[in-house]
Write a protein that binds this ligand. Structure first.
Ligand code: SF4
Length: 647
């Protein structure tokens, strides 16, 4: 039995429930998780609706969820206040911890208040749960339906991703920050190298990074494409926890002497012979202040190159969960001290939390920023997500310390947003154009990627639940496209027709991709396709329509994570078999849209193998979590069944 585990697998093992004795979890396994905590924010109202729809009446464990209102905090309309009151009263009724608007951004509160605690696993109904990795907590996002299921049952499911080790060496030069590190990683490795991976940061360079720098890097592993990005728990983490006790007092429910002692007694560390999919290495001493964008994170340019470009700006932002902590505000204050924001530039600042603002005020940084002309906003998300005061207008250019610069996110789609560190944002606000605080000489970046050979001899036998088939067999129908998106699978024009039946879904499935598809396929077929299947919008019908058409399952090189969650949550099996897909591509090419291959595939879920002719391919191990979803016909039924059997 394979024993070695990397850090991601180690932490996941601790939070996996229902494993047979001695079973070790590994990348690819579908597991049933009981996360330590779950955050919902302004979307709590939407999750409440789903919670009620599945018939739940109380929280499985009221200590597990926490609600923090942070996105639309500037909206004082009656409608929004009513919505916020509804969430607060629901929290009271359910006995759940609640943080009202003005306390700060939920992810920051998760860190400050120890819901995201080193060595644990926490989830959020928000894509920046990755940030918890900065303190060694495995944080990963879930969708709203999953959040409702966690509230009701305490559990969710996860397929453990492939794990990439990000090995950091060297030390950052003065004036270079965690933001520059993640901008550089995302800009340098910008061909989906870590798409849907879990990242594990290692190497002696880690020790040179502060917790706030690690939080920034972990936060934007989301934009880099990863599902989580975790730093090791080291001396810096433990010192940070000790300092939290000084601030919070001795009787905090989550950060206290006992929880720290327990952590030290069982520090999560990877096994020496742990396996990784690949390693990315970066010499921190070769990173320079850099800027992302506009419109994406794949374009990364050293800030020095902007001197000749002379890009004027109208807005500058020091807001959001990625870069509005004490050290960020301090770095910006240092740049603007005694100077003034350029005429024609609006420079907005919002602390990541009330606590951050208080500390920044005690240090005098906040006042320095205001004296220089910065405009304060309440702690919260605001312009980061295009809400409230100070959004980008048509034709404007902004530089922002946030994490996303997608077209239209921070205001008008006719505006341009660049991302950079707080110091670069502050220097640009003073200059009225994109620039850095001080000239930094260019260095040749030292960064590399190495793919490891994968062992295929480690498959573990699965225990099958009653009612789950051991064997599934059928003919493969092959659609050789990569990135077959949800609009190709289920046309957008039908998505919001509320009375569109499953039979109708089955008739129109894939009509955008291949109008002939319906004439080629038969019930009982197995659909195979290329890489990143189901990308695009999150419409659930892209999964339910294929199921309704009679496909037994979908095989692909890889899937969009949202598609995979939607499929499993609707009781429809989708599995990654990249070796088989590569061979189908070699044999059938890409010229036809849909091919009846004549190839019979047999999937054996007990041995986790797929056989085609005499060739055998490894399949992901389907743990009880995935099996139960298929047997019950989806998450909603699974939750209902659990609620009935437990009441
Ligand atoms: Fe999302 Fe921005 Fe709020 Fe962070 S600050 S949670 S990225 S909207």
């Amino acid at each position: 039995m394979m024993k070695h585990q990397n850090l991601i697998e180690k932490i996941t093992q601790r939070y996996t429930v229902g494993l047979p004795p001695g079973r070790m979890v590994h990348s690819g396994d579908f597991v049933s998780l009981q996360p330590a905590h779950i955050l919902t924010h302004d979307n709590t109202g939407a999750v409440m609706k789903k919670f009620r729809a599945i018939g739940a009446k109380k929280m499985a464990d009221p200590r597990q969820p926490m609600f923090a209102l942070d996105h639309n905090v500037q909206d004082r309309s009656r409608e929004n206040l009513k919505k916020y009151e509804g969430i607060e009263s629901f929290a009271r009724d359910m006995g759940v911890d609640f943080y009202p608007a003005g306390q700060g951004i939920g992810h920051q509160i998760m860190i400050e208040e120890g819901y995201a605690f080193p060595g644990t696993l926490a989830v959020a109904s928000d894509s920046h749960a990755n940030m918890y990795g900065g303190i060694g907590c495995l944080g990963t996002p879930v969708v709203r339906t999953d959040a409702a299921a966690v509230w009701a049952t305490g559990r969710t499911w996860w397929q453990i991703p492939l794990v990439t080790r990000v090995h950091l060496t060297g030390t950052l030069s003065p004036g270079v920050t965690g933001k520059d590190v993640i901008i550089t990683l995302a800009g340098q490795f910008n061909h989906d190298e870590v798409l849907n991976h879990a990242l594990e940061f290692t190497g002696e360079g880690v020790a040179t990074l502060s917790i706030e720098e690690r939080l920034t890097i972990a936060n934007m592993t989301t934009e880099w494409g990863a599902l989580t990005g975790v730093f090791p728990v080291d001396e810096t983490t433990l010192e940070w926890l000790e300092n939290r006790i000084i601030r919070l007092g001795d009787d905090h429910p989550r950060i206290n002497r006992e929880t720290i002692a327990n952590l030290k007694a069982a520090l999560p560390v990877p096994d020496e012979d742990a396996l990784y999919f690949q390693e990315i290495s970066l010499d921190l001493s070769t990173v320079t202040p850099s800027v992302s964008g506009p419109h994406n994170l794949k374009t990364m340019t050293p800030v020095s190159a902007f001197e000749s470009k002379h890009i004027t700006i109208q807005k500058a932002y020091l807001v959001s969960c990625v870069n509005s902590r004490v050290s960020d505000l301090a770095a910006a204050a240092e740049v603007v001290r005694g100077k003034q924001v350029a005429p024609g530039v609006e420079f907005y600042i919002a602390a990541a939390s009330k606590e951050v603002q208080e500390i920044s005020e005690q240090r005098g940084d906040w006042q320095t920023l205001i004296a220089a002309g910065a405009r304060p906003l309440p702690p919260g998300c605001g312009p980061c997500i295009g809400l409230g005061t100070g959004l980008l207008q048509d034709g404007e250019v902004g530089i922002s310390a946030t994490n996303r610069n997608f077209k239209g996110r921070m205001g008008s789609p006719q505006a341009e947003a660049y991302l950079a560190s707080p110091a670069v944002v502050a220097a640009s606000a003073l200059a009225g154009r994109i620039t850095g605080p001080e000239p930094v000489s260019g260095t040749q970046l030292i960064a590399d990627i190495q793919r490891f050979e994968q062992s295929s001899s480690s498959a573990q036998e699965s225990t099958l639940l009653p009612g789950f088939p051991e064997i599934v067999a059928g003919e493969i129908v092959f659609c050789p496209a990569d990135n077959l998106n949800t609009d190709g699978i289920f046309p957008g024009k039908y998505t919001y027709l509320d009375d569109f039946t499953l039979e109708q879904q089955a008739q129109v499935v894939m009509e955008n991709y291949d109008p002939e598809f319906g004439q080629v396929v038969k019930r009982g077929d197995i659909l195979a396709s290329g890489y990143n299947f189901g990308t695009g919008s999150s419409r659930e019908q892209a999964a339910t329509a294929l199921k309704a058409r009679g496909f037994q399952l979908v095989l692909a090189g890889s899937f969009s994570q949202t598609y995979k969650r939607n499929a499993l949550n609707n009781g429809f099996l989708v599995l990654e078999v990249p070796q088989l897909i590569d061979e189908l591509l070699t044999r059938f090419g890409r010229s036809a849209l849909t091919v009846r291959t004549g190839i019979q595939a047999e999937l054996n879920f007990r041995t986790a193998t797929l056989t085609v002719k005499n060739q055998t391919y490894p399949l992901p191990v389907l743990g009880p979590a995935a099996q139960e979803l298929i047997i019950e016909g989806g998450l909603e039924n699974w939750v209902k069944r659990r609620l009935t059997t437990e009441s």
